[in-house]
Design a binder for this molecule. Structure first.
Ligand SMILES: [Zn+2]
Ligand SMILES: [Zn+2]
Length: 127
């Protein structure tokens, strides 16, 4: 699907490109509202949806209660702090995972997997 170019969407995309904090839609909204008073949270959501459809961003599904977004669309895993909700990227070598073994044992056909780590981040651990 084709979309008209949008300045607001460009800004959202650039903001996501320049942060690794996996922000929520409302964080993006608060940031951009400062320079664009006409911006609404609905517009942010709509543009995030379009960016996702275009494959430019990813929506995280990590059960923190609200949607979070990131620009890094390649395969990677997350470290999620249960105290402050911060999300950190980690790249694991999952090539050696025993997919074939699991499929043989279960008859299940695996298309992908997801590994997220939950715990305390460095900051919260030392508090
Ligand atoms: Zn933390
Ligand atoms: Zn990430």
């Amino acid at each position: 699907m084709k979309y008209r170019k949008s300045k607001q969407r460009d800004k959202i995309y650039n903001l996501l490109k320049n942060t690794d904090s996996h922000p929520s839609a409302s964080w993006i909204y608060e940031k951009l509202k400062k320079e664009d008073r006409k911006l609404s949270l609905g517009t942010v959501y709509r543009n995030l949806k379009i960016l996702k459809e275009q494959g430019l961003i990813k929506k995280l599904d990590i059960g923190t209660g609200f949607d979070r977004f990131e620009c890094k669309t390649g395969k990677h895993n997350h470290l999620i702090c249960e105290e402050c909700g911060s999300v950190k990227d980690i790249e694991l070598n999952t090539k050696d995972f025993p997919y074939a073994e699991i499929e043989r044992l279960t008859g299940f056909s695996i298309s992908t997997h997801r590994i997220e780590f939950f715990g305390l981040c460095d900051k919260c651990k030392n508090n």
